[in-house]
Ligand binder design. Structure first.
Ligand code: FES
Length: 167
């Protein structure tokens, strides 16, 4: 039984990285204003992470230095350097969730999953990430598990997340 409030969600499979597909995605987004961010988002959406090999391709297409693209990539916490684990758990650490006891909840989730924030567990079962507001502030503390939004994260919901990650 779920006690945490599931709000919505979906999960879709990612494609394996290929430079040809990467170039295609870059070309599709190139006409956009400030294309670097939309390109990075589109790459992560497609491949599940932003492969290191994509950075020079973006730099060439945008006429930027690799360092500039890398700087944008590392500035935003949302971008992943490596493929994620089988399950992706994001816990909101922004203000409303913190005020609702999110710091205690996030520590409990880390313990329950035996995974540090920003890391993928050694067995590849889970990636645990902090996120800065999921737009669920009214149902704080909030989480996103495999693309599913969960509000009012309580001990029972944390147990359910831990069970899901074991599967
Ligand atoms: S602050 Fe956590 S969902 Fe908005």
């Amino acid at each position: 039984m779920t006690t945490g409030h599931i709000v919505s969600g979906s999960r879709h499979a990612h494609e394996a990285w290929s430079p040809t597909r990467g170039r295609e995605i870059i070309a599709d987004h190139l006409p956009l204003e400030g294309a670097t961010l939309p390109i990075l988002h589109a790459l992560q959406e497609t491949f599940g992470y932003v492969p290191q090999d994509a950075i020079p391709l973006i730099a060439d297409a945008m006429n930027l230095s690799r360092a500039e693209v890398h700087g944008t990539f590392t500035f935003y916490h949302d971008f992943r350097h490596e493929p994620a684990g089988k399950h992706v758990v994001k816990i909101c650490v922004a203000e409303a969730c913190q005020a609702a006891g999110g710091h205690v909840t996030s520590a409990k989730v880390g313990e329950a999953l035996d995974c540090a924030y920003g890391e993928t567990r050694a067995d590849g079962q889970v990636t645990l990430e902090p996120i800065y507001c999921l737009g669920l502030c009214a149902c704080a503390p909030a989480a996103m598990v495999n693309g599913r939004l969960i509000g009012r994260l309580d001990d029972e919901a944390i147990d359910e997340i831990a069970a899901e990650v074991r599967s």
